[in-house]
Write a protein that binds this ligand. Structure first.
Ligand code: TMP
Length: 209
């Protein structure tokens, strides 16, 4: 498939501002008269949104392999029925999280083998990869503070959660390093506007329109 460098993903831990920045990029491209679709994982398609509900509900903990299969099943549906057709129609597709998140959350955090995740990646999307992955990075303190402000966690955030944040942050930094041919690590601690400026600069350099 000729994707023409139009598939852009945003990655990073919770509270780094992915969704806000993905939206800003989509809006900027629209003002430049580009065709854009903004989507997310898990989500985007019906199966993905259902998987998102399952993952976000705290009713019971799910076995990591089971979680991985759910995510990749949803990813396959998203890939075949939305991402690929959109790219073929010449849209920029901006996706809030993609398979790098599986490497971090199911792999590093929940100890599923990275090799197995990559096998599943191959089965699901083959050699397809993002053309640009914007990895947003903020300190664990800032990320927790932002989640508290958004009432997503409580003040009594425990040490265990802090360690998890550190694992996630370090993991995404590694992703940006290992996949540097398609990734850029952006310090996202500043204002929305200043962070977006850096993202736009990276976009213009790596992708352009
Ligand atoms: P968020 O995108 O709103 O932060 O929430 C999505 C949650 O799903 C987040 O906790 C990360 C998790 N997730 C995985 O565990 N694996 C994945 O492959 C993806 C895409 C998300």
């Amino acid at each position: 498939m000729d994707v023409n460098g139009r598939f852009i993903t945003f990655e990073g831990g919770e509270g780094v501002g992915k969704s806000t920045q993905a939206k800003l990029l989509a809006e900027k491209l629209v003002t430049l008269k580009q065709k854009v679709n903004l989507t997310r994982e898990p989500g985007g398609c019906e199966i993905g949104e259902k998987v998102r509900e399952i993952l976000k509900s705290n009713s019971r903990s799910i076995d990591p392999i089971c979680e991985l299969f759910l995510l990749f099943a949803a990813r396959r549906d998203h890939f075949i029925n939305l991402i690929t057709p959109w790219l073929k129609e010449g849209y920029f597709v901006i996706c809030d999280r993609f398979y790098d998140s599986s490497l971090i959350y199911q792999g590093l955090l929940k100890n599923v083998s990275i090799e197995d995740i990559m096998k599943l990646k191959q089965i699901t999307i083959g050699n397809f990869d993002p053309d640009l992955t914007i990895v947003l990075d903020v300190s664990t303190d800032i990320s927790i503070q932002r989640l508290i402000t958004r009432h997503l966690v409580h003040d009594e955030y425990d040490q265990m959660s802090r360690q998890k944040h550190d694992i996630i942050r370090n993991g995404f930094q590694k992703i940006a390093d290992i996949f540097s041919f398609r990734s850029v690590l952006i310090n996202a601690e500043g204002s929305e506007k200043s962070v977006f400026k850096k993202i736009w600069k990276a976009f213009e350099k790596r992708i352009g329109i």
